[in-house]
Write a protein of this length. Sequence first.
Length: 284
Amino acid sequence: MPRILDGLLEVLPCYDVFVVDQWGCMHDGEVAHPGAIEALRAMRSAGARVVLVSNSSRPAAPSIDILRDLGFADGLYDAMLTAGELARLWLDDARETGRIRSAWSLLSPPGPTSVLSLGGYRMATRPDDADVLVVSGITFEAEDAFDPVLRVGLERGLPLLCLNPDRVSVQPDGGYALCPGTFAARYVQMGGQVRSWGKPGPEIYTAALAHAPGWRRGLALGDSLEHDIAGGNAAGLDTALITRGIHWPSVAEVPTARPDPTRLAALCAAEGPVPTYALSTLRC
């Protein structure tokens, strides 16, 4: 059973590195969650390293710009890592070595800051001409919206590159959008091959902890049992579930309410990963 906290001050002195998720934990994409900036400031004031990790498909630089717009100053953390940044490095190498000549994007974030836009990758005019399928954006369409393209990829034996393993994300209005991980899982069910970056994979945690040399005890915080808690547990970190994120309907009457112990235990039993702690929102 996770220990339910009212704030991080109860355990803050126990840790010398914090690995902190963004969306659903620090902010909702439009505003910072109340208490989040102060919580990061308290971590830094305690002398701990703070590394932000995100399954965002965008590279690190535009993600940092978004944080600045939301009021998160650069000095609140030591480093920022995204699934998109790890994918960008892999894609650059694949392009330079000729392993990937053209890609077909099922779903990509709008604007010029996506991995595909920034990298100048050659986009196929149709999936039949692509070397690889890529999914990196969010959508409110149904899970089967891209099945025709996935079937083409399956017939041709194309790998699917998933630049964000998340399955759903909570939007500012409280609704849910489908993330790339939903379509990657669907492709696997069809029999396709998927290459993914980000949490809960070990690569992003190895990169994060490299920014805290000599660390002794770390805490990973996030709102997803499947990604933040499972990934943090596997990396040898204690973990804290922020329940105001994607799981709040399962554990409380409203997003910011203290999680109900019985409902939280049932959720963990159903999902599998068990956090060390749980608290409603990222705060001191």
